[in-house]
Design a protein around this ligand. Structure first.
Ligand code: SF4
Ligand code: SF4
Length: 417
């Protein structure tokens, strides 16, 4: 292996070795409790699919270069070298983990395999072996931030085309703008995904609530986080933070995208605005009487899939259930404890990799499909774009016979005066 690359990979590990990370790497007792907590192992019970196997891929390198025993007696410490095979091995472990952190809930030491896999992803970037498409998408997002003026015109033209769809869901008072942009001192900056489905229902609900809001020019999705590149993650995040500061908004509301929400809420440091998920904002509107919803017919059964980054990792658990309680009379919980709801199997960049991962995604998420089937619900609601795509794929693959819907579109369709 090229010695320079070898050194760079070692430095990448060293930079990640915070006290907490060292605890994760030093503490594992190999009890194996985490195995059945992982949807991949629960669906395909092979040792390679356990969290502990994934973590060992990094732990063995850590032992070799950062622990005395591994340096002196590598065979005893099960230490391994970084060599030309390392990238292939890490690709298998890092990109078979969705970062759902369900294993962490069950681990007696709270070991966060997703964090350990962040080292694997970083090493892949150093070795230029990360999924190229994720890095390219991250670069496109960053370049959009650098040349906003050149994309603004087309963006605004695109918004004009969907204004009528917004008004169809909620009629505006004379003089009001259906999708406002560049509003200084707005109470909310809404950060959507590319596509009308992420803007139209949200806009109708903001307008129905009489919100003083403005739409961000940037998409919420953070491909830097999917590929595990901290500097790209920050650059993508900074575009939105800078826009929020420039417009002096009070709150940034992130659309139905789990990773975008968790990155903005937990990784953006101190900021002069509040961060909310769109689900939290909708629950607030209902509680404050700012919007009213018409319930579905009593015989329409619904269930809710908790996006891992919004629920288990983001703490937004009660709000979607409160909203659904306003819409549906027949709600069916999939897991006795929503914190341990199964991952959909599409996170960590796997859905963004499309057909390349479809076979793995379907096999590794059988437990999720079984959970949905067991609910016997007609509508499967979720609040994350990735989850929605993956659940749609599962619906087709396992013939679940459900209708997969975004929570925000259910709210927009239920709006009443
Ligand atoms: S549950 Fe925790 S301690 Fe046990 S094997 Fe898994 S990561 Fe290690
Ligand atoms: S974070 Fe999720 S996918 Fe990754 S090892 Fe843990 S349970 Fe499995």
């Amino acid at each position: 292996m090229d010695p320079k690359l070898h050194q760079e990979m070692l430095k990448a590990i060293s930079d990640k070795l915070t006290g907490v990370m060292q605890m994760y790497l030093d503490t594992c007792s190999r009890c194996g409790i985490c195995a059945s907590a992982c949807h991949v192992y629960a669906s395909v019970p092979e040792f390679e699919n356990t969290p502990v196997y994934r973590a060992e891929s990094i732990r063995k390198i850590y032992k070799k270069y950062f622990k005395l025993q591994g340096k002196l007696l590598p065979m005893i410490g099960e230490a391994v070298d970084i060599d030309d095979n390392t990238a292939d091995m890490l690709k298998k472990t890092a990109y078979s983990c969705t970062g759902c952190r369900r294993c962490m809930v069950y681990c007696p030491f709270g070991i966060d395999t997703q964090q350990i896999m962040s080292i694997a992803k970083l090493l892949l970037i150093k070795a230029e072996s990360e999924p190229e498409i994720l890095s390219m998408l991250a670069d496109v997002s960053i370049s959009k931030g650098d040349s906003l003026d050149s994309v603004k015109e087309n963006f605004l033209k695109g918004l004009k085309k969907i204004e009528a769809d917004v008004v169809e869901k909620w009629k505006l008072e004379a003089g009001k703008v259906a999708i406002p942009t560049e509003v200084e001192n707005a109470d909310i900056l809404y950060v959507a995904l590319a596509g009308a489905h992420s803007i139209v229902p949200a806009a109708a609900i903001f307008n129905a609530a009489g919100e003083n809001w403005t739409l961000s020019f940037f998409e919420a999705v953070n491909f830097g986080a999917f590929v595990g590149d901290p500097s790209k993650t920050k650059l993508i995040l900074d575009r939105i933070i800078n826009e929020a500061i420039r417009l002096k908004v009070k709150e940034v509301c992130i659309c139905e995208c789990g990773t975008a929400y968790r990155v903005m809420a937990q990784l953006s440091g101190d900021k002069p605005f509040k961060v909310s998920s769109i689900t939290q904002v909708h629950a607030r509107y209902i509680r404050e009487g700012r919007i009213k919803l018409k319930p579905l017919p009593a015989d329409v059964s619904v269930t809710y899939h908790d996006p891992c980054q919004i629920a288990r990792n983001g703490g937004v658990i009660d709000e979607p259930r409160y909203i659904i309680g306003q819409i549906a009379k027949d709600y069916r919980e999939m897991s006795p404890d929503p914190k341990t709801n199964w991952c959909c199997g599409g996170g960590g960049g796997l859905v963004a990799l499309g057909d390349e991962t479809i076979d793995f995604r379907m096999k590794s998420s059988k437990v999720k499909a079984d959970q949905v089937k067991k609910s016997r619900a007609k509508i499967l609601i979720t609040a994350c774009e990735n989850c929605h795509t993956q659940l749609d794929n599962l619906n087709e693959h396992y013939k679940l016979g459900v209708e997969v819907k975004f929570l925000s579109s259910m709210v927009a369709d239920a709006l009443i005066k």
